[in-house]
Write a protein that binds this ligand. Structure first.
Ligand code: MG
Length: 288
């Protein structure tokens, strides 16, 4: 199932995409209007019944929102593809670097207020340094509570997958050493367009991630090239913190970000960034 949060006639709902239509699952009373609540109480049986009963309307008539209203920070992983780790190291922008290829996941977070939906603009004015960069990433959406999750059990904690653009103010990331401020300006976490449930896409590692800026291919990476994969990230994080339904882990970006170029190619007014992952879709955002 490919699930969206959307707005229609001033009301919020959770829907399932079916071709060029959206099925309003919330109108059936079986699925809450908030995606985090929907995930926490999820039963595939009820969801399938809601798909049968729900009102349908053309997808083009609704406003697709970020799939999740985050209740916590977005968890994110840095330097998780070898060729990007080298590119980032060579750029000189990583003031926190101790080793180019990390032995353990480099984990940081993004403020919930940075999250925007598909087609919402990335606002350059929120980066006073004018060094705004894109990072296409596959993101894991957690489905159930987990503490000390074992490697064999890790995938069962995954509700589904989405796309995150880990937009970054590079000079802030460098100046402040810790990445939080450079990763958290308002609008710097586009997310969506949907969550593809794990039953629909059991083998995310077979998918590829591609980023286009103004139609030009900038990033192309197989998810299978992640240094720390979904299972490993869930194991590591859950050793210390309880993972909860609706938590998001952005798994890291591939080669080809703006600072990988000489001179760097930062985002500019009027640009359009599109990130696609097979089985999920395309997250498109204008820059303004
Ligand atoms: Mg990133």
């Amino acid at each position: 199932m490919r699930l969206i949060s959307y707005e229609h006639a001033g009301a919020r709902a959770v829907g399932a995409i079916d071709g060029d239509e959206v099925v309003d699952l919330s109108s059936t009373g079986m699925i809450p209007t908030d995606m985090v609540d929907a995930i926490a109480g999820w039963s595939l049986e009820s969801a399938l019944e809601a798909v049968r009963q729900g009102h349908r309307r053309p997808l083009s008539t609704v406003r697709i929102l970020a799939p999740l209203r985050m209740r916590k920070n977005v968890i994110a992983v840095g330097r998780n593809y070898r060729d990007h780790a080298k590119e980032f190291s060579d750029s000189g922008f990583d003031a926190s670097e101790k080793q180019m290829i990390p032995d353990n996941p480099v984990v940081f977070t993004k403020a919930p207020t940075s999250v925007i939906g598909p087609d919402d603009p990335i606002v350059l004015a929120n980066d006073p340094t004018g060094t705004t960069d894109y990072e296409g990433e596959m993101a894991v959406v957690i489905g159930r509570h987990g503490k000390n999750v074992s490697p064999d059990d890790a995938l069962s904690h995954v509700f589904g997958w989405t796309i995150v653009n880990d937009v970054t103010a590079r000079d802030l990331q460098k100046r402040h050493v810790q990445w939080f401020i450079g990763k958290s300006p308002d609008t710097f976490c586009p997310m969506g367009p949907c969550i593809t449930t794990r039953d629909e896409l059991p083998e995310i590692r077979s998918s590829w991630m591609r980023t286009h800026v103004n139609g030009e291919l900038r990033q192309e990476a197989p998810i299978s090239a992640l240094i720390f994969d979904t299972e490993s990230l869930i194991v590591t994080l859950s050793q210390v913190m309880t993972l909860e339904p609706g938590d998001v882990i952005a798994t890291g970006t591939g080669l080809g970000v703006g600072i990988g170029f000489d001179p760097p190619r930062y985002l500019a007014n009027g640009d359009v960034v599109e990130i696609s992952i097979d089985g999920i879709g395309t997250l498109r955002n204008p820059v303004g």
